[in-house]
Design a protein around this ligand. Structure first.
Ligand code: ARG
Length: 458
């Protein structure tokens, strides 16, 4: 018999029960459900709404259920409607009438709003810890490659010289923003909804602040309708998860490219790559392809949540049960992707020579050549044109700016002197880009230190 059986003359059809039930995916909130119930019962007793001895029995009973679930001696009833009904029914089975007092002044609507907030607050911290670790891994790799010259690209065309460290630290910046977004989402949802009841609060003299305090919330929700029907925090978190996946996916795409024979800038450790069932020579960057692919399902989770919410009248509607699979999947997927990428990045081999060789082709020092003339007094547009002509001459004659003779330079413009070779060497080009935020080893060292400080403060 369902807990709400009083009004009904028939049992729920088995097929409806299976359709309606959420226990197969909301069971993971059992700990939060039990903690929330203990705080609720404790407050009820303090307010004189139930007896202290009853609250004690309820607390003991709930802790017993927690223990039995965790050691496996209590099996989950997969015909229960949800985790809340399951735990309450089990408590009543154990305690009899006292168990029936727990749900005084509470509805599953404020109960589920509480549980999911508690669950997701913890998940925000778990994702933050992983993001921090990934950022630290990037910093550690970057420290090894402050002088490793890499062609920087725009339009996937070789553009200007940077270093591998500088490239990695760009991702560190994205991840810092991600951490900030996750923590901001956590702060916004840190409000305790119990006391909202089904939708219209309750006539009991509750102490909502006490429950918030017991459960570690900073505040209570301000409006009972909003308290039970707000799932903005799920959207917030799914949004933050989506952007994390955008960043991981962009990085993954680069790693896929870098692993190809066309680039060969890095080689993944054998333990973090896979082979082919037919082609003996293959070593595939499956991890990064999967991360790139999984971004789609996280964006899907975000869209599912937005769509689920947008037409709902206040307050609770059963549609809202659909929040869980979406937000759990988004968070699970992000955690899995970050945790797999950390050791992969930590162990990858950087093929410096290949990066340097790629940087030597594609005229990525052409801007520096033009800047050389500007520093000798020429207006930039004129210098740009002269250098453009030189590049065209190089292409026609199979040369690079480094291999042009001094005579050829002199013919292009009288301002060229012997020091042009030094000015356009890739090492100079990188070293001299010491503007704040630039790729020079000094500037990147400063970036790494600043990121380290941010991580400590987060
Ligand atoms: N399993 C439900 C959910 O996840 C719990 C709330 C049910 N409330 C109700 N009035 N049916 O949303």
């Amino acid at each position: 018999m369902a807990l709400w059986a009083g009004r009904f003359k028939k049992e729920v059809d088995e097929r409806v029960n299976g359709f309606n039930s959420s226990i197969r995916f909301d069971f993971r909130m059992y700990k939060q459900d039990i903690q929330g119930s203990i705080a609720h019962a404790t407050m009820l007793a303090q307010q004189g709404i139930i007896e202290k001895s009853e609250a004690d029995l309820i607390t003991e009973g709930l802790l017993g259920i927690l223990h039995d679930l965790e050691c496996g001696s209590l099996e989950v009833d997969d015909t229960a409607e949800d985790v809340h009904m399951f735990i309450e029914a089990e408590l009543t089975r154990r305690l009899g009438d006292t168990g029936k007092r727990l749900h005084t002044a509470r509805s599953r609507n404020d109960q589920v709003a509480l549980d999911i907030r508690m669950y997701l607050k913890e998940e925000c911290d778990a994702v933050t810890a992983l993001l921090k670790k990934l950022t630290q891994t990037l910093c550690m790799q970057a420290e090894q490659h402050l002088e490793t010259v890499l062609p920087g690209y725009t339009h996937l065309q070789r553009a200007q010289p940077i270093t591998f460290a500088h490239h990695l630290m760009a991702y560190a910046q994205m991840l810092l923003r991600d951490i900030d977004r996750v923590q901001a989402a956590k702060t916004r949802m840190d409000v305790m909804p119990l006391g909202s009841g089904a939708l219209a609060g309750t006539t009991y003299n509750l102490n909502r602040g006490k429950v918030a305090e017991l459960l570690g919330f900073s505040a209570i929700t301000a409006n009972s309708l909003d308290g039970v029907s707000d799932r903005d925090f799920c959207v917030d978190i799914a949004g933050a998860m989506s952007l994390i996946m955008v960043h991981l996916s962009r990085f993954s795409e680069e790693i896929v490219l870098w692993c190809s024979w066309e680039f060969k800038f890095i080689e993944l450790d054998d333990a973090f790559a896979t082979g082919s069932s037919i082609m003996p020579q293959k070593k595939n960057p499956d991890i990064t392809e999967l991360v790139r692919g999984k971004s789609g399902r996280v964006f899907g989770d975000l869209i599912a949540l937005l769509t689920m919410l947008k037409g709902l009248p206040l307050a609770y509607n059963k549609d809202m049960q659909e929040d869980k699979e979406a937000i759990f999947d988004a968070v699970d997927t992000v955690k899995l992707c970050i945790a797999t990428m950390i050791p992969m990045i930590d162990t990858m081999k950087v093929l410096k020579q290949n990066m340097r060789a790629a940087a030597a082709k594609g005229f990525i020092n052409a801007t520096d050549c033009a800047d050389y003339l500007v520093k000798k007094g020429l207006p930039f547009r004129d210098a740009y044109k002269i250098t453009g002509n030189l590049v065209a001459y190089c292409i026609d004659n199979g040369k690079t700016l480094e291999t042009l003779t001094f005579n050829e330079y002199k013919q292009a413009h009288a301002l060229f002197e012997q020091d042009v070779y030094e000015a356009i060497s890739l090492e100079t080009c990188v070293r001299e880009r010491k503007v704040d935020g630039g790729p020079s080893p000094e500037a990147v060292k400063t970036q790494i230190q600043a990121v380290g400080k941010c991580l400590e403060a987060m």
